[in-house]
Ligand binder design. Structure first.
Ligand SMILES: Cc1cc2nc3c(=O)[nH]c(=O)nc-3n(C[C@H](O)[C@H](O)[C@H](O)COP(=O)(O)O)c2cc1C
Length: 318
């Protein structure tokens, strides 16, 4: 018997697993592979690049007839870009990082489900106020940008706060044991990023994929340094978890010095243009421990669901 939850019923999917809408990396091929595997594939619309969105929407339509969706970063996307995505009738639109208020009504008017990712309890209250159909509680273990709460206590706190709105757990979930844990915490499923980032369908350079496969969780850290170096205007409150690299070792704790050092910033830009792995951000979460190969995304969905069922059947027996 498949694991059925409020999430699988709401989205008409087989397994309680969603692909995190990882900006740039979660393109049409990855979203379609996750949807075809029985999960919910979400395109990583990121800050709202129109060309990227057009191209990847076309790919998702070519490759799947199953439910899919698209995610955007609220602090930077424009309403017209969200509307462009809604024109293609996604099952869901997910909004993260910043105030979702300007977009909530348009998503509902278009008939899509509204998913809001939250990083603290205030954001969870705001998401409820915005009429979210589904709330993603993201713990600080997550790869990419996020906040400071840990998944284990944060997920049940959000579940209690926003009930009866269903919640997905995110941050550090990369295998069936993590999915099982999410369900036991009261979540209706898991939203998974880093594990899918290492799959061949993700839009990622091969060297970066290999770095994720090779890395252990001890080798990730949250920082603002790489956003400063990239001159990326992320709101201060959201730091990014990346693999450690030589540039972080050089500037950790010296953010203000970096801001004030035009030569260092120019050197960063040159190295980043070559995709030098010693400087570029490889966004990845603590769950890199659990990633040992570049598994196709559809297989990940099926394996996570099967492992979670086994894990739940065995709870308390070890
Ligand atoms: C490479 C990468 C890019 C991400 N980009 C976005 C994004 O553009 N929008 C978003 O809502 N979340 C983004 N996230 C965060 C995910 O939505 C999610 O919270 C996270 O991946 C879950 O933790 P995990 O990586 O441990 O599975 C990103 C995560 C990664 C790893």
């Amino acid at each position: 018997v498949a694991l059925q939850t409020v999430f699988t019923a709401l989205l008409s999917v087989e397994h309680p697993i969603a692909l995190a809408p990882m900006g740039d990396a979660a393109g049409g091929a990855l979203a379609a592979a996750v949807s075809n595997g029985g999960g919910l594939g979400l395109l990583g619309g990121g800050r709202g690049d129109r060309e990227w969105l057009e191209r990847e929407l076309t790919i998702v339509h070519q490759r799947t007839n199953r439910p899919w969706g698209v995610g955007f970063q609220s602090w930077s996307v424009e309403r017209s870009v969200v509307q462009r995505a809604l024109d293609d009738l996604p099952s869901a639109v997910m909004l993260s990082f910043g105030d979702p208020t300007p977009f909530a009504d348009m998503v509902h008017r278009a008939g899509s489900l509204l998913i809001i990712q939250v990083t603290d309890l205030d954001e969870a209250r705001q998401a409820r106020h915005n009429g979210a159909d589904l709330i993603v509680a993201q713990g600080t273990e997550a790869g990419g940008h996020g906040g400071g709460r840990a998944t284990l206590p944060f997920v049940p706190a959000v579940v209690d706060l926003v009930a009866p709105i269903p919640v997905l757990a995110a941050g550090g979930i990369a295998d069936g044991r993590g999915l099982a844990a999410a369900l036991v915490l009261g979540a209706a499923g898991a939203l998974v990023g880093t594990r899918f980032l290492a799959s061949p369908e993700a839009l990622l350079a091969e060297a970066e994929r290999q770095a994720i496969v090779a890395a252990a969780g001890d080798a990730t850290e949250r920082n603002r340094i790489l956003d400063i170096a990239r001159d990326s205007p992320w709101p201060e409150r959201y730091t990014a978890r990346t693999l450690r690299n030589a540039f972080l070792d050089q500037w950790r704790g010296r953010e203000d010095d970096l801001r004030a050092d035009p030569e260092a910033l120019a050197a960063y830009r040159q190295a980043a243009a070559r995709r030098d792995l010693g400087v570029v951000p490889i966004w990845a979460g603590e769950a890199v421990d659990l990633i040992t190969e570049a598994t196709p995304a559809g297989d990940i969905v099926v394996a996570l669901a099967a492992e979670a069922e086994l894990a739940l059947a065995g709870v308390g027996r070890t």
